[in-house]
Design a protein around this ligand. Structure first.
Ligand code: ZN
Length: 182
Protein backbone atom coordinates (compact mmCIF):
# COMPACT_ATOMS: atom_id res chain seq x y z
CA UNK A 1 0.00 0.00 0.00
CA UNK A 2 1.19 3.50 -0.79
CA UNK A 3 1.65 6.04 1.97
CA UNK A 4 -0.26 9.25 1.31
CA UNK A 5 1.60 12.55 1.50
CA UNK A 6 0.80 14.52 4.65
CA UNK A 7 0.48 18.28 4.13
CA UNK A 8 2.31 20.58 6.53
CA UNK A 9 1.23 23.83 8.14
CA UNK A 10 1.03 26.55 6.75
CA UNK A 11 -0.08 24.81 3.52
CA UNK A 12 -3.29 26.53 2.40
CA UNK A 13 -4.89 23.22 1.45
CA UNK A 14 -5.15 22.47 5.19
CA UNK A 15 -7.65 25.35 5.33
CA UNK A 16 -10.16 23.76 2.95
CA UNK A 17 -13.52 22.61 4.29
CA UNK A 18 -14.02 18.92 3.55
CA UNK A 19 -17.20 17.80 1.78
CA UNK A 20 -19.59 15.20 3.20
CA UNK A 21 -19.34 11.67 1.81
CA UNK A 22 -22.46 10.97 -0.28
CA UNK A 23 -22.41 7.21 0.01
CA UNK A 24 -20.09 4.82 1.79
CA UNK A 25 -18.86 2.55 -1.00
CA UNK A 26 -15.70 0.60 -1.84
CA UNK A 27 -13.87 3.77 -2.87
CA UNK A 28 -14.46 5.29 0.57
CA UNK A 29 -13.42 2.05 2.33
CA UNK A 30 -10.21 2.02 0.27
CA UNK A 31 -9.41 5.64 1.19
CA UNK A 32 -9.95 4.79 4.88
CA UNK A 33 -7.53 1.83 4.63
CA UNK A 34 -4.92 4.05 2.95
CA UNK A 35 -5.40 6.63 5.68
CA UNK A 36 -4.88 4.01 8.42
CA UNK A 37 -1.74 2.82 6.63
CA UNK A 38 -0.42 6.39 6.41
CA UNK A 39 -1.29 7.15 10.04
CA UNK A 40 0.52 4.03 11.32
CA UNK A 41 3.53 4.70 9.05
CA UNK A 42 3.71 8.28 10.35
CA UNK A 43 3.29 7.00 13.92
CA UNK A 44 0.32 9.26 14.57
CA UNK A 45 -2.79 8.50 16.61
CA UNK A 46 -5.20 10.23 14.26
CA UNK A 47 -5.45 11.50 10.71
CA UNK A 48 -8.09 13.53 8.88
CA UNK A 49 -8.53 13.28 5.10
CA UNK A 50 -7.81 17.01 4.78
CA UNK A 51 -4.24 16.31 5.96
CA UNK A 52 -3.64 14.06 2.95
CA UNK A 53 -5.34 16.49 0.56
CA UNK A 54 -8.56 14.48 0.22
CA UNK A 55 -11.48 16.86 0.70
CA UNK A 56 -13.90 14.36 2.24
CA UNK A 57 -15.22 14.17 5.79
CA UNK A 58 -13.19 11.12 6.83
CA UNK A 59 -11.13 10.52 9.97
CA UNK A 60 -9.07 7.58 11.22
CA UNK A 61 -7.98 7.19 14.84
CA UNK A 62 -6.12 4.68 17.00
CA UNK A 63 -5.28 5.80 20.53
CA UNK A 64 -4.55 2.27 21.82
CA UNK A 65 -1.15 1.34 23.26
CA UNK A 66 -0.88 -1.71 21.01
CA UNK A 67 -1.96 0.10 17.85
CA UNK A 68 -4.72 -2.40 17.22
CA UNK A 69 -7.98 -0.51 17.83
CA UNK A 70 -8.97 1.12 14.58
CA UNK A 71 -11.69 3.71 14.77
CA UNK A 72 -12.96 5.56 11.71
CA UNK A 73 -15.46 8.39 11.38
CA UNK A 74 -17.41 9.21 8.23
CA UNK A 75 -19.31 12.52 8.14
CA UNK A 76 -18.83 12.92 11.90
CA UNK A 77 -21.16 15.22 13.78
CA UNK A 78 -20.73 16.51 17.29
CA UNK A 79 -23.96 15.97 19.22
CA UNK A 80 -22.83 17.44 22.53
CA UNK A 81 -19.75 18.64 24.39
CA UNK A 82 -19.21 18.69 28.15
CA UNK A 83 -18.74 21.95 30.04
CA UNK A 84 -15.74 20.40 31.79
CA UNK A 85 -12.49 21.05 29.99
CA UNK A 86 -9.36 18.98 29.69
CA UNK A 87 -5.94 20.41 28.85
CA UNK A 88 -3.54 18.25 26.87
CA UNK A 89 -0.28 18.69 25.03
CA UNK A 90 -1.31 18.39 21.42
CA UNK A 91 0.84 17.62 18.44
CA UNK A 92 -0.12 17.11 14.81
CA UNK A 93 1.30 15.21 11.84
CA UNK A 94 0.83 18.44 9.87
CA UNK A 95 2.83 20.42 12.44
CA UNK A 96 5.66 17.91 13.02
CA UNK A 97 7.61 18.14 16.25
CA UNK A 98 5.67 21.00 17.85
CA UNK A 99 3.52 20.56 20.95
CA UNK A 100 1.31 23.06 22.76
CA UNK A 101 -1.28 22.87 25.53
CA UNK A 102 -4.85 23.07 24.26
CA UNK A 103 -8.04 23.04 26.37
CA UNK A 104 -11.10 21.31 24.97
CA UNK A 105 -14.30 19.78 26.35
CA UNK A 106 -13.49 16.63 28.32
CA UNK A 107 -16.33 14.53 26.94
CA UNK A 108 -17.81 14.49 23.47
CA UNK A 109 -20.89 12.74 22.09
CA UNK A 110 -20.44 12.17 18.39
CA UNK A 111 -22.15 10.41 15.50
CA UNK A 112 -20.73 8.86 12.34
CA UNK A 113 -21.80 6.73 9.41
CA UNK A 114 -20.71 3.10 9.51
CA UNK A 115 -19.77 0.94 6.49
CA UNK A 116 -23.50 0.24 5.93
CA UNK A 117 -24.38 3.94 5.66
CA UNK A 118 -26.06 3.75 9.04
CA UNK A 119 -25.56 6.57 11.54
CA UNK A 120 -24.16 5.45 14.89
CA UNK A 121 -23.62 7.43 18.08
CA UNK A 122 -21.07 7.10 20.82
CA UNK A 123 -19.48 9.00 23.67
CA UNK A 124 -15.75 9.53 24.18
CA UNK A 125 -13.59 11.08 26.88
CA UNK A 126 -9.93 11.66 27.70
CA UNK A 127 -7.40 11.35 24.89
CA UNK A 128 -10.00 9.97 22.47
CA UNK A 129 -12.30 12.97 23.00
CA UNK A 130 -9.38 15.35 22.38
CA UNK A 131 -8.38 13.42 19.30
CA UNK A 132 -11.91 13.43 17.81
CA UNK A 133 -12.23 17.20 18.30
CA UNK A 134 -8.76 17.82 16.86
CA UNK A 135 -9.60 15.75 13.76
CA UNK A 136 -13.05 17.31 13.21
CA UNK A 137 -11.28 20.70 13.37
CA UNK A 138 -9.11 19.51 10.44
CA UNK A 139 -12.22 18.77 8.36
CA UNK A 140 -13.29 22.37 9.00
CA UNK A 141 -9.91 23.77 7.94
CA UNK A 142 -8.77 24.36 11.49
CA UNK A 143 -5.52 23.33 13.19
CA UNK A 144 -4.55 23.01 16.86
CA UNK A 145 -2.28 26.04 16.40
CA UNK A 146 -5.44 28.12 15.93
CA UNK A 147 -6.18 27.41 19.61
CA UNK A 148 -2.92 29.00 20.83
CA UNK A 149 -1.70 32.60 20.80
CA UNK A 150 -0.89 34.29 17.49
CA UNK A 151 2.62 34.88 18.78
CA UNK A 152 3.25 31.16 19.33
CA UNK A 153 1.54 30.26 16.05
CA UNK A 154 3.67 32.69 14.05
CA UNK A 155 6.80 31.35 15.72
CA UNK A 156 5.88 27.78 14.74
CA UNK A 157 5.06 28.88 11.18
CA UNK A 158 8.46 30.55 10.81
CA UNK A 159 10.31 27.52 12.21
CA UNK A 160 8.46 25.02 10.00
CA UNK A 161 9.01 27.13 6.88
CA UNK A 162 12.73 27.31 7.69
CA UNK A 163 13.03 23.56 8.44
CA UNK A 164 11.19 22.72 5.21
CA UNK A 165 13.49 24.97 3.20
CA UNK A 166 16.52 23.26 4.73
CA UNK A 167 15.00 19.83 4.13
CA UNK A 168 15.03 19.06 7.85
CA UNK A 169 11.32 18.82 8.60
CA UNK A 170 11.17 15.02 8.58
CA UNK A 171 13.83 14.81 11.34
CA UNK A 172 11.23 16.40 13.64
CA UNK A 173 9.49 13.03 13.70
CA UNK A 174 12.07 11.77 16.18
CA UNK A 175 10.99 14.12 18.94
CA UNK A 176 10.04 12.28 22.16
CA UNK A 177 6.25 12.58 22.10
CA UNK A 178 5.83 12.38 18.37
CA UNK A 179 3.75 9.24 18.79
CA UNK A 180 0.94 11.33 20.23
CA UNK A 181 0.67 13.47 17.10
CA UNK A 182 -2.84 13.77 15.75
ZN1 ZN B 1 -3.68 17.18 13.37
Amino acid sequence: MKKLEVLHFPDKRLRKIAKPVEKVNQEIKDIIEQMFFTMYEEKGIGLAATQVNIQKRLIVIDVSENRDKKLFLINPEIISLSDDLDTMEEGCLSVPGFYESVSRPKTVKVSSLDFNNKRIEFEANGLLATCIQHEIDHLNGKLFVDHISALKRNRIEKKITKLKKEGNLSSRKNTPNYKSAI
